[in-house]
Ligand binder design. Structure first.
Ligand SMILES: Cc1cc2nc3c(=O)[nH]c(=O)nc-3n(C[C@H](O)[C@H](O)[C@H](O)COP(=O)(O)OP(=O)(O)OC[C@H]3O[C@@H](n4cnc5c(N)ncnc54)[C@H](O)[C@@H]3O)c2cc1C
Length: 474
């Protein structure tokens, strides 16, 4: 058994990697991060050509809380001798391949990250967690779950999963050939767009037919407007946490396109490719764009599958023949299998998911001095920023601060633009109110002592009026 560590991270995607990188600045805490893969690759199955980040490269592992860190994206550019050439490209967003390379570069420098370690089981024994991997046993005072999300497969499609029906997250891991096939792609988010563009460009061979089915009302753009980006601010997340549960759900639904739309660049690339193929090259129309359709059933057919979709505009069923079905149907939160032994102590939500406190501690009934933290598990509690990279560094710093008697990272924020609630105003005034209250207390005690010595002849009511008049001037 390895010696007791302050915090052990389970899984090393970007989120736990960010904590691992920031912990290098905090020598008072021992840490260890365990990852199943042999080395760092970010969403390997979706590492397709021409895929770009949805977020700025400045929203990296560390910069937002520790710009001096040697693990920033800028440090990566400089250390890899490509800083000036990077600037010459004038890109606002980088490819996913480069972001993955940056993450991998950081992971190779960190002593607290261990690969080829599949966490199989976590128990709580005495006053510590015991973590069993395929290679060793570890003990930790606290753990941080960072195992990511699981591909979401609609129930009606599950029975048909196989070589010709699969989730898009596996597409880069399969040796697929779409030549001459009738392909139905389900799902109208960014992943759907990335797969569609690659299939349209014939990157997996020339399909006979390519149908892109989406439940959404159209192929909708990511809302990246300045005010929408205020949802990705620490203060917003902190306020969101305290809203009513029903209001939170309503806001998450309303903000769908802020977190889950398709980048305008990707939409334009698709549109231009369609124009070139069908208006300039005048190819036979082998593509159909099918928004506003909800897949309601699927069954086997002679040469593959038959998909049935409800057209939400006409209310009618439509049938689509497919030899290959690709599901870009998103990802869902699940409780990691390795914490099964802890489940009786977890305070789960009605939906059976982890519940978090404001500092990303999982609510549980175990020892109050041992914390289970979770990253990428707080959509319902902390809002749409939680599954995104935008506030990754801030959340990491918040978790590290929570582990320490004194904060290691300054998370104080400047004023912000939108006044979401009036509590916000009160909070902004808090430092002023604190000064005002202490001045008032000094005035009160001065008036009191003065009255005792020099104002004995004045009656109490008059003294009170005088005191109030002085206080109103403060
Ligand atoms: C294709 C794609 C592109 C995205 N692009 C963006 C973007 O541009 N901007 C943005 O803000 N967000 C983006 N996101 C959303 C989000 O930022 C990413 O999904 C991000 O990778 C989440 O990080 P994570 O650390 O929670 O999980 P993951 O990256 O999924 O990492 C989890 C890790 O845990 C490991 N693991 C799981 N179980 C175990 C176990 N039992 N033992 C050991 N290891 C285990 C896995 O091997 C994996 O490496 C994207 C998501 C996807 C799918």
């Amino acid at each position: 058994m390895e010696k007791l560590t302050d915090i052990i991270g389970i899984g090393v995607g970007p989120f736990n990697l960010s904590i691992a990188a920031l912990l290098e600045q905090v020598p008072s805490l021992t840490s260890c991060f365990l990852e199943h893969k042999k080395s760092f690759i970010w969403h390997e199955g979706l590492m397709l050509p021409n895929t770009y980040m949805q977020t700025s490269y400045l929203k990296d592992l560390v910069t937002a809380v520790a710009p001096e860190s040697p693990y920033s994206f800028i440090a990566y550019l400089v250390r890899n001798k490509k800083f000036y050439r990077f600037l010459n490209t004038e890109q606002k967003t980088i490819t996913r391949a480069e972001f993955s390379d940056y993450l991998s570069w950081v992971s190779k420098q960190l002593n607290n990250v261990n690969f080829s370690q599949t966490v199989e089981d976590i128990n709580f024994v005495g006053d510590q967690f015991v973590i069993t991997t395929n290679q060793a046993q570890y003990q930790a005072k606290h753990i941080c779950l960072g195992t990511g999300k699981s591909p979401y497969i609609p129930a009606e499609i599950k029975p048909y999963l196989g070589d010709n029906c699969f989730h898009a997250s596996e597409i880069g891991l399969r040796n697929i050939d779409l030549t001459g096939k009738r392909v139905v792609l389900v799902g109208g988010g960014q992943t759907g767009a990335d797969v569609f563009l690659n299939a349209l460009r014939g990157n997996w061979g020339q399909p006979a037919q390519l149908d892109w089915v989406s439940r959404r009302a159209n192929f909708q753009a990511l809302d990246e407007a300045a005010f929408s980006n205020e949802y990705f601010m620490p203060r917003y997340v902190e306020q969101f946490y305290h809203l009513d549960e029903a209001v939170k759900q309503q806001e998450i639904r309303a903000q769908k396109l802020t977190s889950d739309g398709i980048t305008s660049d990707a939409l334009l690339a698709i549109y231009q490719e369609l124009y070139d193929k069908f208006e300039v090259q005048k190819q036979r129309k082998w593509v159909r764009l099918l928004p506003h359709r909800t897949v309601s059933a699927m069954n086997n057919a002679v040469n593959g599958f038959n998909l049935i979709a409800d057209n939400n505009l006409t209310g009618k069923d439509e049938h689509y023949a497919a030899t290959v079905v690709i599901l870009a149907t998103g990802f869902e939160s699940k409780i990691p299998a390795c914490i099964k032994a802890l489940t009786p102590m977890l305070d789960l939500s009605e939906g059976g998911l982890l519940q978090l406190d404001p500092n990303f501690r999982v609510k549980w009934t175990g020892n109050k001095d041992n914390h289970i933290y979770a990253v990428n598990a707080g959509l319902d509690s902390h809002g749409i920023a939680d599954p995104q990279l935008s506030l990754m560094a801030w959340r990491s710093a918040k978790i590290i601060n929570d582990l320490l008697p004194e904060p290691a990272f300054d998370l104080g924020e400047n004023q912000h633009v939108i006044q979401w609630t009036n509590d916000d105003v009160e909070d902004n005034l808090e430092p002023i109110n604190r000064v005002r209250n202490s001045v008032k207390n000094v005035v009160k005690s001065t008036v009191k002592s003065t009255s005792e010595i020099e104002m004995d002849s004045v009656d109490k009511a008059t003294k009170d009026v005088m005191t109030e008049q002085v206080l109103s001037m403060v």
